[in-house]
Design a protein around this ligand. Structure first.
Ligand SMILES: [Fe+2]
Ligand SMILES: [Fe+2]
Length: 201
């Protein structure tokens, strides 16, 4: 997670007071064990989505308290979605419901919060949301996904470029060393031939 962004979020007292009862939950903490996109864990993804949702809803004078709470729990499914298992075969379509079910077992949620979690994958989930906050979460979720994938692929690209630059420098160094070695051998042969010629005279 970007440390500057993280500092900005943790310095926001109102947001932290709102999500703290959720993030201290032992099962919510377990989201740190599962990767969501690129190198980002489920926990980090939800945490960022929660902050952006809180920020936008507050600016628009919407229910930012419910919105940040639901956004923090929107991917609370606790499994590795890359490993194919029968109970989450259609992950994209079903994980909203699974997250809502898990969230209801741990927290008291109102209808809006339940809808936000269940329908955060809209339009994949087809039936349109009822609340404005849900639309905001669907957009924020997609934005966070794009950002996380961009950061991941950019780091891979940078790594590949650094590796290529290092490889090219190494090749140049080897060529220089080889050139110097050939030149030294040439001089040695020339010197020897000159000595032999002098001895013959
Ligand atoms: Fe999701
Ligand atoms: Fe998500």
């Amino acid at each position: 997670m970007n440390t500057r962004k993280l500092k900005k979020i943790t310095n926001n007292k109102e947001f932290m007071e709102n999500v703290n009862p959720i993030i201290i939950n032992e099962k919510v903490q377990r989201m740190k064990q599962f990767i969501q996109h690129g190198n980002t864990s489920c926990f980090e993804h939800c945490y960022m989505a929660s902050y952006y949702t809180y920020f936008i809803c507050k600016k628009l004078h919407l229910d930012y308290k419910s919105a940040s709470k639901a956004a923090m729990l929107h991917d609370f499914f606790l499994y590795n979605w890359r490993i194919k298992e029968d109970y989450h075969r259609l992950h994209a379509f079903t994980h909203g419901k699974m997250a809502c079910k898990n969230a209801c077992l741990e927290f008291d949620l109102n209808d809006k919060e339940k809808e936000m979690i269940t329908k955060h994958m809209w339009p994949i989930t087809v039936i349109p949301p009822k609340y404005k906050e849900t639309y905001i979460l669907t957009l924020v979720d997609k934005y966070c996904t794009m950002e996380e994938l961009f950061v991941y692929y950019r780091s891979l690209f940078m790594y590949a470029m650094t590796y290529k630059i290092k490889y090219n420098i190494m090749c140049i160094m080897l060529e220089i060393k080889l050139f110097k070695a050939i030149r030294t051998i040439k001089y040695a042969i020339k010197e020897k031939l000159l000595m032999q010629a002098k001895l013959k005279i």
